[in-house]
Design a protein around this ligand. Structure first.
Ligand code: UVW
Length: 360
């Protein structure tokens, strides 16, 4: 998350005045909108300041992790055991492989000022070598490599500021790791994506778009009742969702991808704290969706921003896979599959791009 947006959310002046996009508009609206609507601009700003100064969510430490212990850096990927793989394989019946990640290209929707720039200078980049005259091409890619396009959020991505602004000893991540211990200009010194075990687990897809009969709207929250109704519609059992499984939500929002990027970026339907807690209770290892944060934005509680990220990733070590595409699975009515993804083990990275697959 970009600190410029946090500053915007607090009603403070942006450090980079040129930053002015839809994200800022909805984040600001989300946090101070109620007061502004009441005509109390000044009071609204004061309220936003109070929100910013208070501990963001809870002043109760969430560490050490009760199951994985105080030194753990792998979070819910610890569920990836030989037993889990063998159980997952039972879902593979017809041998069909579905790509559930999107293509990476410069025009794809991106959060805030994130960028994706690929260049292949030269053409060919090098050669010819040897009497066989070999020539070759390399690409140069400038991007937030784990945080653009289809992206797997790691444990160094999201933390909670528990103390005063700037106090890195009280900026806490998974297992209580502090910004002071973790942060590093050349990569995170703790909780980097290289600590995550490759995922091979049972996946369950909730088609909420089909349940509702149309694409959900930005700010519309998926409830546990929706999940249960979707399970019934899809002829699935809640009891069949086991510890260490992955759950995915289709909202329909993905239909906007590369078609209406402004609307796609300007908010989204998704899960809120109720479903996040359901995931924690079930011991889910990963959530994912066809939109950019899995969670509802803006949150219906106007004081909260990306609270599902903090609940799942930061407090519970549960991973999140964003900007997925379930179109082919849904066309074939495949709601249960083997979800397979190995994050690129870039030492010290906050997340991963890559090509997740579902196998049925
Ligand atoms: C943030 O970084 C806030 O969101 P995401 O994980 O969706 O990129």
């Amino acid at each position: 998350m970009d600190s410029r947006y946090l500053k915007d959310k607090e009603g403070l002046k942006s450090s980079t005045p040129e930053v002015d996009d839809d994200r800022r508009a909805f984040l600001t609206a989300g946090l101070v909108g109620g007061a502004v609507a009441a005509g109390a601009l000044v009071a609204g700003a004061a309220h936003a300041q109070q929100v910013a100064q208070a501990p963001a969510l809870s002043d109760k430490p969430w560490w050490p992790h009760p199951k994985w212990g105080k030194d753990d850096q792998a979070g819910a990927s610890n569920h990836m055991t030989p037993a889990k793989v063998l159980d997952t394989v039972k879902l593979i019946k017809d041998g069909k492989v579905y790509r559930i990640g999107r293509m990476y290209e410069s025009g794809m929707p991106k959060f805030g000022e994130r960028a994706f720039t690929l260049r292949i200078p030269g053409g060919p980049t090098g050669g010819p070598f040897g009497t066989n005259k070999l020539i070759y091409n390399d690409e140069y890619l400038a991007t937030e490599i784990g945080q653009t396009g289809t992206q797997f959020d790691g444990l160094a991505h999201i933390g909670i500021q528990m103390g005063k602004d700037g106090d890195k000893n009280e900026m806490r991540y998974y297992n209580g790791v502090t910004e002071q211990e973790m942060g590093g200009a050349y990569g995170m010194r703790k909780l980097g994506i290289e600590n995550v075990k490759p995922f091979f687990t049972r996946g369950h897809l909730f088609d909420i778009e089909a349940l509702k009969g149309n694409m959900m709207e930005a700010g519309q929250e998926i409830t546990v009742a929706d999940l249960r109704a979707a399970l019934q519609k899809q002829n699935m059992q809640e009891a069949d969702i086991k510890e260490g499984d992955a759950v995915f939500f289709n909202t329909g929002w993905g239909k906007l991808w590369m078609k209406n990027n402004d609307k796609f970026n300007g908010g989204e339907p998704g899960i809120g704290l109720e479903v996040a807690k359901w995931c924690v209770d079930k011991g889910i290892a990963l959530t994912g969706a066809d939109q950019w944060a899995t969670e509802v934005v803006p949150n219906p509680n106007k004081d909260l921003a990306f609270v599902v990220h903090s609940e799942l990733i930061c407090k519970n070590g549960i991973f999140n896979h964003e900007n997925l595409d379930f179109t082919a699975l849904i066309a074939d009515r495949k709601y249960q599959f083997a979800y397979i993804f190995s994050p690129a083990p870039i030492k010290g990275a906050t997340g991963s791009n890559g090509g997740p697959i579902a196998v049925t």
